[in-house]
Design a protein around this ligand. Structure first.
Ligand code: GDP
Ligand code: MG
Ligand code: ZN
Length: 321
């Protein structure tokens, strides 16, 4: 049987469903698609795809955010096959999302209560991508203006300029919308229960995503968002809602840690430490200023990463050379 050559179209993986990939097509020229499909209205822009077996053998998994090529398109059933994956421009490890252009970390002012250790873990995993990192403070309605100001000053000391938002009052939603829509693919991450999904429900034109109640003694949200999925905010901008997890792992590379704290990074940029390979701890002669709020957290993380890398090397007890 002769099979007519199927056209290859570019798209982006917007969700994973068991063994299937949901792909949103990049349709730059709608007219050509009409000619291709013969479907004048209700053009499907999302297709449920399997992948060519050789892609499975290449080892690397395909993730949400990956740019792919699809072929063997069945326009009636909205099905297709992913034949190729483009190299990634960036990679966020947890949650796993490819080609992210900005990371937005959401932290609640209350319910669940603001926890500097947890907040720093989220910020570090965002900083690790090397991309722009933005911070938003959610549930602004739960505290007074004075309390908010105090929190904003504190976070400026961490090197961030947070936007305070509230789904209840609508405050800050326009600024957040502007920030998200200036990015091709922004990821909204943060502890569960801070209100990420509620925010997207407000901002997305057609969303009705599941929102979880903040439950129990610990005032944590239930893990209602189970998988990463991308939503279209406007033409040219996608945003990822991510599942709740509450304690991101620390980075693997000790040497990079100082650069992942913006307040230390800035200091080192303008006034470098005179020693190479210094951790700016108790090294005699290290002139780095230690009077910043998160310095104890920084030291604790260093220690934790050191003991992890020691146990990884089989508990050889060699320590730092
Ligand atoms: N007071 C207040 N509650 C909020 C706000 N945003 C979300 N919530 C509540 O916080 C809970 C968790 O919200 P959800 O969007 O599921 O959080 P997620 O786990 O970060 O996606 C729900 O009960 C929401 O109604 C807000 O701006 N103010
Ligand atoms: Mg959620
Ligand atoms: Zn130093």
């Amino acid at each position: 049987m002769v099979v007519a050559e199927t056209p290859r179209l570019a798209g982006m993986v917007v969700a994973l469903q068991a063994n299937f990939l949901e792909v949103e097509l990049e349709i730059s020229n709608p007219a050509s698609l009409v000619a291709l499909t013969g479907l004048t209205d209700a053009r499907p822009s999302r297709l449920l795809c399997t992948r060519r077996t050789r892609l499975n053998h290449r080892g690397a998994a395909i993730h949400v955010g990956d740019r792919v090529w699809v072929e063997a398109i069945d326009w009636q059933q909205c099905r297709a096959v992913v034949s190729d994956v483009e190299p990634r421009q960036s990679w966020l490890n947890r949650p796993p999302v490819a080609n992210v252009t900005a990371v937005v970390v959401a932290l609640a002012v209350k319910q669940p209560c603001f926890d500097a250790d947890q907040a720093s873990r989220f910020l570090l995993s965002a900083e690790q991508t090397g991309l722009a990192v933005h911070l938003i403070l959610t549930k602004r309605d739960l505290i007074t203006s004075d309390q908010l100001e105090e929190q904003l000053v504190r976070l400026r000391g961490w090197g961030y300029r947070p936007i305070a938002v509230s789904v209840q009052t609508g405050e800050g939603l326009d600024s957040l919308q502007d920030q998200l829509s200036s990015n091709r693919l922004a990821v909204l991450c943060g502890p569960s229960g801070v209100g990420k999904t509620s925010l997207l429900n407000k901002l997305l034109p057609e969303a009705s995503l599941r929102v979880g109640a903040v439950s129990g003694r610990l005032q944590r949200g239930r893990h209602t968002t189970r998988h990463v999925a991308l939503y279209r905010l406007c033409a040219g901008s996608l945003v990822a809602d991510t599942p709740g997890f509450n304690r991101p792992e620390l980075p693997g590379d000790l040497r990079k840690l100082p650069l992942l704290f913006p307040e230390l990074r800035c200091q080192l940029e303008s006034n470098p430490c005179r020693f190479r390979d210094c951790f700016h701890r108790d090294e005699p002669g290290c002139g780095v200023d230690k009077s910043w709020e998160r310095y104890p957290i920084y030291k604790r993380f260093l220690q934790e990463m050191e003991s992890l890398s020691r146990s990884f090397r089989g508990g050889s007890g060699l320590g730092r050379q």
